[in-house]
Ligand binder design. Structure first.
Ligand code: UDP
Length: 341
């Protein structure tokens, strides 16, 4: 099959690229490198069944050609990370809504099967955990920019479902819960790579708020396996699925586990939310996926636990360091990448 991945140079997209190439597919990625990195696909760049296009999905001419030439699309291109959402809300809203609008419009033009990636942010502040797909969204006021991401992704979902309902577009929708693993950068706020890098440098681990907020961290390999299985399952069309892990951990406990596993001398430093993000910032206290639906359809079960994930991320950063990349200094990566190819 010929597969197009938007956002293929991103953290999840690059792992999906690897999985699809391993299955013998032809993979083309389109990425504008806004948050994606050339480094993430350096290892497959020379393969004959891999192609990359550095361009935005908003370029209709390029997207028209790429979609017409492919059999199916995984749409992962998106703005990511709470820090980006708080600091660059216009960019985040436009990137989510306009990007998905373009992908869906052209997918419909050629009637290509498309997977739309959405987010657990959609559930917002809902106290009803675990979150299942038909639950209400409980979002904060529009004056709190954090919720703009959930609303933008909700528009993406509505639009994908509308294309399916009105024009029979084969669309599969997924809501990714906190997904972690090697190649994720802490640059946009993601807590696990950030804690691992802080611990490796023996710097304080920055726990926001009281650290009692809980998350469930899903391993990227498990998540990518689920994406592929859903796209191979005809019954997934027109439906939404949670994907993630349902084992909860508090952010304080996460910090303690990272320090222990890495054997770091770091201490923990609590930082008020208003200092970390902005005044009036609202966090989600619990975010647990109900995995019943995806388990029933494709037998999905997370296989990699948090301690193993921390080990894998630690090993990834150690390897990068030994390749001359200064962890945390994203500017040194371009040079290291050029040196590699
Ligand atoms: N967080 C933290 N320290 C950091 C970065 C994040 O305590 O340096 C917290 C953040 O406030 C949230 C949790 O860790 O409660 C997960 O944050 P992340 O940005 O990884 O994902 P989110 O679940 O917020 O989308």
């Amino acid at each position: 099959m010929k597969i197009l991945i938007t956002g293929g140079a991103g953290f999840v997209g690059s792992h999906l690229t690897d999985a699809l190439l391993q299955r013998g597919h032809h993979v083309t990625i389109i990425d504008d490198l806004s948050t994606g990195r050339m480094e993430n696909f350096a290892h497959v760049r020379a393969l004959p069944n891999f192609h990359f296009v550095i361009e935005t999905v908003m370029n209709e001419t390029v997207m028209d050609r790429l979609v017409s030439e492919c059999d199916m699309i995984y749409h992962l291109a998106s703005a990511v990370g709470v820090e980006l959402i708080v600091n660059k809300p216009v960019e985040v809203i436009e990137r989510c809504i306009l990007g998905s609008e373009m992908v869906l419009k052209i997918a419909n033009r050629y009637k290509r099967k498309v997977l739309i990636t959405s987010t657990s942010e959609i559930y917002g502040k809902s106290a009803k955990v675990p979150f299942s797909e038909e639950d209400d969204s409980v979002l904060g006021a529009t004056t709190k920019s954090r919720w703009s991401y959930a609303c933008s992704k909700a528009i993406d979902e509505f639009l994908a479902l509308a294309y399916h309902k009105e024009f029979d577009l084969p669309a599969v929708l997924v809501r990714l819960f906190n997904t972690v693993g090697p190649r994720q950068t802490g640059q946009y706020g993601m807590v696990v790579p950030r804690f691992v890098q802080q611990a490796m440098r023996n710097e304080p681990l920055t726990v926001y708020g009281d650290g009692k907020q809980q998350r469930c961290f899903g391993y990227v390999g498990d998540v990518v396996g689920a994406l592929v299985a859903l796209m191979e399952q005809p019954k997934a069309v027109g439906q939404i699925f949670n994907i993630g892990n349902n084992q909860e951990v508090s952010i304080m406990e996460l910090a303690e586990r990272v320090i222990k596993i890495i054997g770091s001398k770091s201490k923990i430093k609590q930082i008020p939310y208003e200092e970390a993000y902005e005044a009036g910032f609202e966090d989600m206290t619990r975010r647990v996926p109900d995995l019943t639906k995806i388990k029933k359809l494709i037998g999905y079960k997370p296989t990699v636990g948090l301690d193993e994930i921390i080990h894998k991320i630690h090993r990834y950063f150690l390897t990068r360091e030994s390749n001359g990349v200064v962890n945390g200094d994203e500017s040194s990566m371009a040079e290291a990448f050029e040196a590699q190819v």
